[in-house]
Design a binder for this molecule. Sequence first.
Ligand code: F6P
Length: 364
Amino acid sequence: MAEIKKIGIMTGGGDCPGLNAVIRAAAKRAIFECGWEVHGIVDGYEGLIRPRFRRLQASDVSGILTIGGTILGTSNTSDPYAYVDPLGSSKVKKDVSRRVLCNVREKGLDALILIGGDGTMSSAARLARAGLKIIGVPKTIDNDLRGTDVTFGFDTAVSVAAEAIDRLHTTAQSHHRIMVVEVMGRRAGWIALYAGTAGGGDIILIPEIPFTLETVAAKVNFRRKIGKRFSLVVIAEGARPRGGEVVVKKRIEGSPDPIRLGGVGFVLADQLERLTGQEARTVVLGHLQRGGSPTAADRILATQLGHEAVSLAVRGAFGRMVGIRSGKITSVTLDVPAKGQRLVPTDHPLITAARAVGTSFGDE
Ligand code: F6P
């Protein structure tokens, strides 16, 4: 096994609370315990394609545990296998992976720790097959990555959304309104399910359980009949009516997942207002769910995963992504997360528990 002297750390894809905690854990261990030189890769894969590195000393990663975002910067439009040059006039996607291999070699990086979601991991798997020594660390607020039971960032997003739902409850109650809260999550309903349950949402709509408008309106009307003159609806951005389509906000060319969802909350509020005669308002939480300081749980998970990434590198177990299974730190091959989103099972115990307290999922 070739000795490691120098490693690179990168954060790719959308940012997520806890990224800095991983960078800190991995870099500190690499510097103090392993005696390695650590280089930060700037702006995700962009920094490997148009080489931009930043030497990380222990002092650079000190004091960042609690800070949201990523000190390295990130990008979700710089896939080395389908790269659209941001400075060029052509929008044609090119395979620039050989440039990445050359840049890593020139910089003398013996191994890379790549922190990212399914897009980052699927390119990482290909780069690993092409010869790079890579360890992946999963991140996403959506909690939808295969190969791990939970991702850091999710707990923070749920806490932010739950607090927002609490605040919206009091204003919905005062004005006797329907309040629709749209949360992120792509085509998975983890954030809506957890935040909706934590915030006591009356109706939770997730992509995995297509809803009917009539059922949602009936729940609102029933609540009014029993004296509850307001309703709180938590809807995932990827939720859709039975037989209907998701609401697409925009396309981001060059992104591994170019479809950006958003706006279903406005559509639903309009329809509910028409069907129930009750006033409805919509709040889209958007990127608020991704910003700010990570919760204690996310800081802990991120620290454990950063630590384990270095353990794998020490053992020479490259081509793997660290993760957590039944509370234990483990790892899978890098191609596992690229096999599609991890959705909420419709028999998830939290759905059963929420139904038992009267929450409607818009289906029955
Ligand atoms: O994957 C994280 C996420 O925040 C999704 O929940 C959301 O659909 C998407 O990223 C938004 O992406 P962008 O930051 O490119 O708008």
